[in-house]
Design a protein around this ligand. Structure first.
Ligand SMILES: Nc1ncnc2c1ncn2[C@@H]1O[C@H](COP(=O)(O)OP(=O)(O)OP(=O)(O)O)[C@@H](O)[C@H]1O
Ligand SMILES: [Mg+2]
Length: 348
């Protein structure tokens, strides 16, 4: 839930509630909440497999709507108090959810239907409600986290697009990596420019990957590389570890990287339990071989979204790859708000 930017979590008896979109709404709060919920069964499965087999069962629901949120200014991590019908309804849905499944309410369904596949289930009759509550069961994400569905036509960015296209042509012609950074205030159109450009890249036979930093990331610091390796290998967050590991091995084999030491190192980026990340130099080296292999047969674009939130180790890794990858037609396109320069004045 932390990784998907929930701002608060607390427990009431054996129930846990998490709030997304407060104190700061990000427009995709419902989606992140459902993705977080879909990732939980795998964790429960791991817990149950561990000794002494706790035999846990989980019932989940996500509901969206208006609530009265009180932030406790005295608490160090800004404790939230949330009240409103949306909370009661979430609790009713949760009570009706089958084991291991995620029920979602109507507004959550509408907000996520283009990115998450859900199936309707019979409305939930609930105490204190005149009408049964319409409900869906969330099944799976339809697109990776960073991909947004199509929107309005793209206008008036010929200069910027032309610049990126020139750099791309050079990277492909010279088989040399390039790091391009687009800096700009929130909402200025960085993501959109990158999406349009990815589309062009794919149209012309190249491949494009989108990965995205998360503001409240509290993990190892390589979130975007985890996303990249997952996307390339077709690993889902809901995959049990042995499945994730098998997919990683198959993907590395396909890339011609079936060296056990390398598999071991790259499993850091697939977040499998064998992961070890104590040797940063070897890890960066493994990442370099990985992107070189990825780009060996075709021009490759990797878009790093929201780099101003990146962990310093990710910034180091991106710079290292851009400086060291050899014989690789690859463009790293970093998108960031200007505060990146507070973090790294010499970036780019
Ligand atoms: N050139 C453009 N033509 C049409 N629509 C655009 C254009 N640029 C941006 N938009 C639209 O404006 C909105 C904000 O743009 P976008 O999400 O790309 O901003 P951003 O710079 O990535 O912001 P953030 O820093 O918050 O990530 C989006 O809905 C996007 O589709
Ligand atoms: Mg953006």
């Amino acid at each position: 839930m932390c990784r998907r930017m929930s701002s608060a979590r607390w427990s009431i008896g054996d129930a846990v509630m998490a709030v997304f979109g407060s104190p700061v709404a990000r427009g995709d709060d419902a989606e992140r909440a459902v993705r977080a919920a879909l990732a939980i069964p795998r964790i429960i499965e791991q817990l149950n497999a561990s000794s002494p087999h706790p035999d846990l069962e989980i019932h989940m629901a996500v509901n969206t709507g208006e609530a009265v949120v009180t932030i406790d200014p005295g608490s160090p991590d800004g404790d939230l108090l949330v009240a409103g019908d949306v909370v009661n309804t979430a609790s009713r849905l949760q009570g009706a959810a089958p084991p291991g499944r995620v029920l979602i309410g109507e507004e959550t369904f509408r907000a996520t239907r283009r990115v998450i596949r859900s199936e309707p289930v019979p409305a939930v009759a609930a105490k204190g409600k005149r009408e049964p509550i319409p409900a869906w069961v969330a099944i799976e994400a339809l697109v990776p986290l960073a991909v947004r569905p199509a929107q309005m036509p793209f206008v008036g960015r010929d200069g910027e697009s032309g610049l990126v296209r020139d750099i791309w042509s050079r990277a492909v012609a010279e088989r040399r990596p390039h790091l391009v950074t687009i800096l700009g205030e929130a909402g200025i159109g960085k993501t959109r420019l990158a999406e349009e450009f990815s589309f062009d890249v794919k149209e012309t036979g190249g491949q494009a990957f989108h990965v995205r930093e998360l503001p409240y990331e509290q993990s190892s610091g390589y979130e975007t590389f985890v996303q990249l390796v997952h996307e390339v290998a077709g690993i889902f967050e809901s995959d049990p570890n042995p499945v994730a590991m098998a997919k990683l091995e198959a993907s590395l084999d396909h890339l011609g990287l079936a060296d056990p030491a390398l598999v071991q190192l790259l499993s850091v980026f697939a977040r499998t339990p064998e992961a070890v990340a104590d040797d940063r130099r070897s890890l960066f080296e493994a990442a370099r071989r990985y992107v070189e292999a990825l780009a060996s047969t075709t021009g490759t674009l990797i878009v790093f979204e929201d780099v101003h939130w990146a962990h310093p180790s990710t910034l180091d890794l991106i710079t290292s790859l851009a400086g060291r990858a050899r014989d690789a037609p690859i463009v790293f396109l970093a998108l960031a708000r200007p505060e990146l320069l507070d973090l790294r004045p010499a970036w780019g």
